[in-house]
Ligand binder design. Sequence first.
Ligand code: F6R
Length: 363
Amino acid sequence: MYNVMIGFADDFAQALKLSRETEIPEKVTINGETLDYTETPNEILICGMGGSSIGGEIVRDYSWDSLEVPLRVIQDFNPPASLNKHTLVFIVSYSGNTEETLYCLREALKRRARIVAITSNGSLKRLLAKTGIPFFKVPEGYPPRGAVAYLTIPILVTLEKIGLLGIPCNEYDETMQLLRDLKEKLSVETPINQNISKKLALELYDTLPFIYSYKPYSCIASRFKKQLNENSKMHAKFEELPELGHNEIMGWQYPSRLNNFLSVVFLRGKGEHPSIEARIKFISETLRENGVKTCEIKGLGYSKLVNMMSLLYICDMASYYLAALRNVDPLPVSLISRMKTFVEEKAFNRNQLESEIRKLILQ
Ligand code: F6R
């Protein structure tokens, strides 16, 4: 698992190269109907679960202030009623076998939407690889959450290729360069006093962390929460500013014995609005007065992308070091796997769903 996680710097560069090489055709004919990928969509839906949804969250937050087409991340069986033939739908599943995501694929096909698939294997690969539908083949052998670069960059690059998003080349270059430098600084060989991830892990050890952030960094706070769940096998909570200032903070009003076991991490980065800065100052002071441990991690570099990706790298590695401190194996997610098997035995008929999807493609 260590190699997967510290390898993010290399994956980022490789995923960018592979994504740029993958062709987005102008037109695709599915089931007698020709879909025009050059037409501007009315809406973008990114369907995926768990580790396969983080790419969607990153793209959503990154493009929040520049993308003129509404974009939603769908973590469910049912896509929204707005899905129609003017929608562009990303179907993202690392394994290619995730039930919820396959249901979204069926619905996207039924409603004749344009589809872009991102997967390494499984039902998705079996069903879509030879259809002509744009298909990003993710390398095999990763735990899904470890393939984050390969599940994010294809979405960004597709949106660039179809002219909906413009990411200056120097943002990518700066990000690749800075991640390469960080690789050594976050590595297991770098001692704790020079290693931000190890320090963060130690701060959070034996606490229930609350992770607070704001756009475009909220997606990284959400990612960190999930990495603490899956890698470090612990609970964590995530809330977003400014909304949390209208409800969540009331939970901190009174000192409590429980506060000794809680911690709050603020994830911050370039472009912070003065009103957000003031809120963080107020909340940090209140927390300290009430005996709650607080710390903050700042994104590095100049551009938005590098700030986001450096935060992600630092937090990911912190979740790895926390697993080590807690003496748990960061790799297996046995409860998740057992639940999937249970559901497949009790409720989910994969063969039937696959055959329904096949019919929609081949009719
Ligand atoms: C496992 C992990 C999970 C999976 C999720 C969906 O590493 O991160 O959250 O990502 O169960 O499975 P996939 O990604 O295969 O669609």
